[in-house]
Design a protein around this ligand. Structure first.
Ligand SMILES: Cc1cc2nc3c(=O)[nH]c(=O)nc-3n(C[C@H](O)[C@H](O)[C@H](O)COP(=O)(O)OP(=O)(O)OC[C@H]3O[C@@H](n4cnc5c(N)ncnc54)[C@H](O)[C@@H]3O)c2cc1C
Ligand SMILES: *[C@@H]1O[C@H](CO)[C@@H](O)[C@H](O)[C@H]1NC(C)=O
Length: 389
């Protein structure tokens, strides 16, 4: 087997991997990116629904060293964001090694290096080995779909789709569709399905905050100067003004504020794209109880409501799958494949391993992680170079 030796290996060519590559290039540190897909930013290019746009303002969605152009709109569309990524990749001359699925990585005590093995999915499954002093896990919080274990799901005779593979509602016209999960993806997919004349029901069992993207923009800007409780008060006030009491529609506001909950649980508030109005108009039905079991086409809810569905969309989120290939994950990740250390030192592990983009803080967090990691690697490599003189 061929062995390739380099200073740094970055695993994943999403925004995190690209951002670290750019920062390392600034320091002239040799590195390689290994990416299992055949393109950069594949989550955004291939695994997001057509309607998705950035719902955070552009100042919170840029990667290090290149801010968004002053002439671009405050909220970028997916296409505009991908143009930005294309330009970023070109500017820093980033050239990931595509179709390299990392399926094994382990710290080699005797060599004092990380051994990373890949399957070349384009090269007939050929295996390659990389040896690196530093390795960065940049495989994303969204690497694997999460679908809850529901009783009888196997017996469902309709179509099951996870939000990761949902593109557009056009193929569901006239169908009875159940959306499970009421985060941003679930709420926006429900809207999309209704746009395309599907009969939509959405399960909203737990309390959620509903805000507009403008409110969230104001909140994030305020956080630079005001403490969370104060900002949350403003959000509650504005949300109330905009939406009033939504509890008659089965949407309850949590007791704790939106930014507080984001900080402690990582869960984002729902940024409404027009779904609430459709719920008020009765075009999208809210089901306020969880799924009890499924029998063929029938879904039975905890409230004993029963209804037949043609399609179930699971917008139930993702999980990190890094522990599947990262042996010795305990140097940097916990049992769930998320950082073992607390924010703000979550990105640094032991033995030269780092993780980026795993702190549930979106592109803003990605950018902060990338800068911190590149600075740290720069320090480490300089020290090693001095020691060997
Ligand atoms: C629908 C949706 C909307 C979002 N909207 C926003 C938003 O508006 N603003 C915001 O800030 N954030 C948003 N996010 C969060 C999103 O996670 C970040 O924008 C960003 O994509 C994270 O970048 P990343 O590089 O960490 O992860 P990813 O983009 O997931 O990239 C990880 C890369 O690693 C590769 N990979 C995984 N496993 C392996 C392996 N074993 N070997 C090799 N390669 C591997 C993957 O193919 C992928 O290319 C959204 C996410 C989703 C799903
Ligand atoms: C990034 O991906 C896009 C889409 O596949 C492609 O057009 C572009 O050339 C890629 N850039 C590099 C440097 O691989």
């Amino acid at each position: 087997m061929e062995e390739i030796i380099t200073d740094v290996v970055i695993i994943g060519a999403g925004p995190s991997g690209l951002a670290i590559s750019a920062c390392l290039t600034q320091y002239s540190i040799p590195h390689m990116i290994l990416e299992k897909d055949d393109c950069n930013a594949s989550l955004w290019r291939k695994y997001t629904y057509d309607r998705v746009n950035l719902h955070l303002a552009k100042e919170f969605c840029s990667l290090p060293l290149i801010p968004h152009s002053p002439s671009s709109p405050t909220f970028l569309t997916k296409t505009e964001f991908l143009d930005y990524i294309d330009n970023y990749v070109k500017h820093f001359n980033i050239s990931p090694h595509y179709c390299r699925l990392v399926d094994f990585a382990k710290y080699d005590e005797t060599e004092g290096k990380w051994r990373i093995e890949t399957t070349n999915t384009k090269g007939g499954g050929r295996r390659e080995v990389y040896l690196a002093t530093c390795v960065v896990v940049a495989t994303g919080e969204n690497s694997e779909e999460y679908i809850p274990e529901l009783c009888g799901l196997d017996s469902f005779e309709g179509e099951i789709v996870h939000s990761k593979n949902y593109k557009c509602g056009s193929k569901y016209k006239g169908k009875e569709v159940l959306v499970v999960g009421c985060g941003n993806s679930g709420m926006e997919i429900a809207y999309d399905l209704n746009e395309f004349k599907a009969q939509v029901s959405i399960v909203i069992r737990n309390p959620v905050h509903v805000l507009t993207k403008e409110m969230v923009h104001q909140g994030m800007s305020m956080l630079k100067r005001f403490p969370i409780p104060k900002v949350d008060k403003v959000m509650a006030f504005r949300s109330n003004l905009e939406y009033g009491d939504l509890s008659i529609y089965g949407i309850h506001r949590p007791d704790e504020g939106p930014f507080y909950l984001k900080q402690v649980t990582g869960r984002s508030p729902v940024i409404d794209v027009g779904t609430i109005r459709r719920i008020r108009d009765g075009e999208i039905k809210v089901i306020s109880s969880g799924v009890k079991r499924i029998e063929k086409r029938k879904v039975i809810f905890e409230s004993d409501l029963e209804k037949d569905f043609d399609v179930i969309v699971f917008a139930t989120g993702f999980k990190s799958a890094a522990n599947k290939w990262l042996k010795d994950h305990e140097y940097v990740l916990n049992e769930k494949g998320m950082p073992k250390n607390e924010v703000p030192r979550h990105w640094k592990g032991e033995k030269g391993i780092y993780c980026a983009g795993l702190s549930r803080r979106g592109l803003f967090g990605v950018s902060m992680d990338a800068k911190a990691i590149a600075d740290d690697i720069n320090g480490t490599i300089k020290l090693t170079a001095q020691a060997s003189l």
